[in-house]
Design a binder for this molecule. Structure first.
Ligand SMILES: [Zn+2]
Ligand SMILES: [Zn+2]
Ligand SMILES: [Zn+2]
Length: 166
């Protein structure tokens, strides 16, 4: 006799021991978290055995392989472009027209940038990650070029309002 159970293709064993790898009842986010967890675990193992976190041989004297280095460099660049664009893509000092991404930074308007930076995990890109996660808060941050940022550390940019030479 064919029971309904046989019909949908599940055996007695499946019923007793539910599939442990069935993630379909998890939400997208939960699945992503699980995936990240397993990936991190594997990455840790790889690094422990002297490999790049992806499992390839690292570059001589470095911890990661050239593929991963290239990839993370590109990802960092993309992230920076996204953040800078969200803050106008141009130095916000009046009169300054620097738009070259390499010269632009994100400045903490209220001056406690260092404190904030130190409250984040180490690494220079962490601020960008944080900004993106927090949907680019516009009140506390602005985009400045290195020159205006550096000059403004003491008394505001001396060229503010006037034409900046570039
Ligand atoms: Zn790698
Ligand atoms: Zn500037
Ligand atoms: Zn300036």
């Amino acid at each position: 006799m064919v029971s309904a159970l046989d019909f949908c293709g599940r055996s007695e064993r499946d019923r007793v021991k539910p599939m442990t790898k069935n993630y379909s009842n998890l939400s997208r986010k939960e699945r992503q978290e699980k995936w990240r967890f397993y990936r991190n675990r594997q990455a840790k193992k790889n690094r422990k055995s002297g490999l790049c976190s992806c499992g390839q041989m690292p570059k001589l004297g470095l911890k990661s392989c050239s593929d991963c280095q290239e990839r993370s460099k590109k990802a960092d660049q993309r992230l920076k472009e996204e953040v800078i664009a969200a803050y106008g893509g141009c130095c916000s000092c009046p009169g300054c027209k620097v738009t070259v991404i390499a010269f632009l930074t994100i400045d903490h308007i209220r001056g406690h940038g260092l404190e904030h930076r130190q409250s984040l995990p180490a690494g220079s890109r962490r601020l960008y990650v944080w900004l993106k996660k927090n949907e680019f808060p516009q009140d506390d941050f602005r985009c400045l070029c290195m020159n205006c940022n550096w000059a403004g550390r003491f008394d505001g940019c001396p060229l503010a309002g006037a034409a900046h030479e570039s």
